[in-house]
Design a protein around this ligand. Structure first.
Ligand code: FES
Length: 506
């Protein structure tokens, strides 16, 4: 028997080899998991879900989890050892799920509704009183499909190559049904009837939830087969709500630009703007919309997970021990670590800061090459290597190239842009000066608007649509055009150019 076991961590998408018998606490701590009670088995804060492999139930698990939870794979990681190969879901990553508290005008309706942002990694649901617009409850979770692949293409591959689309469909329909039930149960006082549920998500999530074949999305030209609005009765999904509860999955904008981005356009009112604005979702699959009240162009680009701190050798989520800010002080680097303890890794915002500072100090060339040894040392033993810098270059290059191609297609330049809306959690925490320095956001700062979870905000607005017709977004979609970056003769050249950092003398 080998002395090593393999551990796969989701949603990080990271695979490790560790010595058999290693305490999971040692393994997970190095990857950003916190142990709030010091690993004494008292708080449940370190819980993980076993997706594959065997992690024996301990007395502490029996004390903290119900039998159903233990059967579902839940364990306290602080009380376990890695004795065999394992695939684990890290529940603490749920803490990063971004909800929404934006205000908007609406025409009141009877009953309650639930808006859901169905992401590849995370899901968030809000329950609203449709008469007042009050948010009555929020529930979030990691997407249960993550056990079959961390990103959308690995889900497509699992669904198509392994003929397992029904498995993914059942998983997500069951999970969303439970989440709706949980957010409904969380409301106190007199309950009103649930009348409608609106979902938004990327094109793959749309097809998986709706039961539409993913096969066309697995090969060129990557066109979805039925990207439009999908309507269901709750009972038809196997959910325990009245048959009159209508469930709507909003339409996609095209190829890999889903209804989460459509909802973002609605939330930012980009489609009503007098100026030429852009909406950018800085995710693993970076989506960009450019437009105004006359027309809209949209595209998606594979940015990779560097902005989330994933696939970085010392990357971790924004938790205790993560370097979240880096600045220059006395000719060296000064790092702020979340929790003010010893640094254990770096999150996305710290990564952008560190590279920006490395460029200003002349420790990094504009091509991304490290100039002082093999690493960019940050604090204690935490350092970035050449591969980490490349991952960030790939991510920022993909976004910048996508935007440039859309601007060219429009016949405009960056200078013509009015507002740039940044969707998603990363946009909220990012230091814009650093983002500007590395060429990720090459705009005057006053134009950049951190817009939060615009997908959820747009889904909430859709709950107030006067009729089902309002969910078609016919006018908006008629004015929008999907630009396939794959088919752009210039994309590769522009992408390579945009991978470099701005070559400025400091
Ligand atoms: S760290 Fe508190 S139960 Fe594991």
């Amino acid at each position: 028997m080998s002395d090593l076991v393999k551990i796969e961590l989701l949603p990080l998408g990271r695979e490790l080899s560790v010595a058999r018998g290693t305490p999971l606490r040692d393994v997970l701590f190095a990857h950003g998991v916190e142990f709030p009670c010091g690993g004494r088995g008292r708080c449940k804060g370190c819980k993980v879900k076993v997706l594959a492999g065997d992690l024996p139930v301990t007395p502490e698990d029996c004390a903290k989890f119900t039998e159903a939870e233990r059967r579902g794979g839940w364990r306290l990681s602080c009380c376990a050892q890695a004795e065999s190969d394992l695939k684990l879901d890290l529940a603490q990553w749920e803490a990063n799920i971004l909800s929404d508290d934006s205000q908007f005008t609406f025409v009141p309706r009877e009953g309650w509704g639930v808006a859901i942002d169905l992401g590849t990694t995370t899901i968030v649901a809000q329950l609203l009183d449709l008469k007042t617009g009050t948010v009555l409850g929020v529930r979030s979770a990691l997407n249960a499909q993550a056990q079959h692949g961390a990103d959308i293409m690995s889900r497509v591959e699992f669904a198509v190559a392994e003929h397992s689309q029904p498995v993914l469909q059942r998983l997500i329909r069951d999970q969303i049904g439970q989440l709706v039930q949980a957010v409904w149960d969380s409301a106190h006082g007199k309950r009103e009837a649930l009348s409608r549920i609106v979902l938004v998500g990327n094109t793959v999530m749309h097809h998986l939830f709706c039961g539409i074949s993913l096969e066309p999305l697995s090969h060129y030209p990557f066109e979805p087969s039925q990207p439009g609005l999908q309507l269901f009765e709750a009972a038809a999904l196997g959910w325990d709500f009245a048959p009159t509860v209508m469930v709507a999955f909003l339409p996609c904008m095209g190829s890999f630009v889903g209804s989460d981005i459509l909802a973002g356009v609605v939330a930012t009112r980009l489609h009503e703007s007098d100026s030429l604005d852009a909406l950018i979702d800085l995710g693993t699959n970076g989506e960009i919309v450019l437009g105004n009240a006359n027309r809209l162009l949209c595209a998606s680009t594979a940015a990779g997970p560097a902005f989330e701190g994933a696939r970085i050798s010392i990357g971790m989520r924004a938790a205790t021990g993560a370097i979240s800010e880096v600045r220059i002080e006395n000719g060296g680097l000064r790092c702020h670590t979340i929790g003010d303890g010893s640094p254990r890794g770096i999150c996305g915002s710290g990564l952008v800061d560190a590279v920006a500072a490395g460029l200003d100090l002349g420790w990094l060339k504009f091509t991304g090459r490290l100039l002082k040894g093999d690493t960019l040392p940050l604090a204690d033993s935490v350092a970035l290597n050449q591969w980490d810098i490349r991952e960030l270059q790939l991510a920022k290059g993909a976004i910048a190239a996508g935007l440039r191609i859309l601007l060219e297609e429009w016949g405009a330049t960056k200078a013509d842009l009015g507002k740039i809306y940044l969707a998603g959690a990363f946009g909220n925490y990012l230091n814009y000066t650093s983002a500007q320095r590395i060429g990720l956001l090459d705009f005057p700062m006053e134009k950049v608007v951190a817009s939060g979870n615009t997908a959820l905000a747009g889904a909430k607005m859709a709950l107030f649509a006067p009729s089902e017709e309002g969910w078609l977004y016919q006018d908006l979609l008629r004015r929008s055009k999907h630009v396939s970056l794959n088919e752009s003769a210039r994309f590769q050249d522009v992408f390579v150019e945009e991978m470099s950092f701005p070559n400025v003398q400091v």
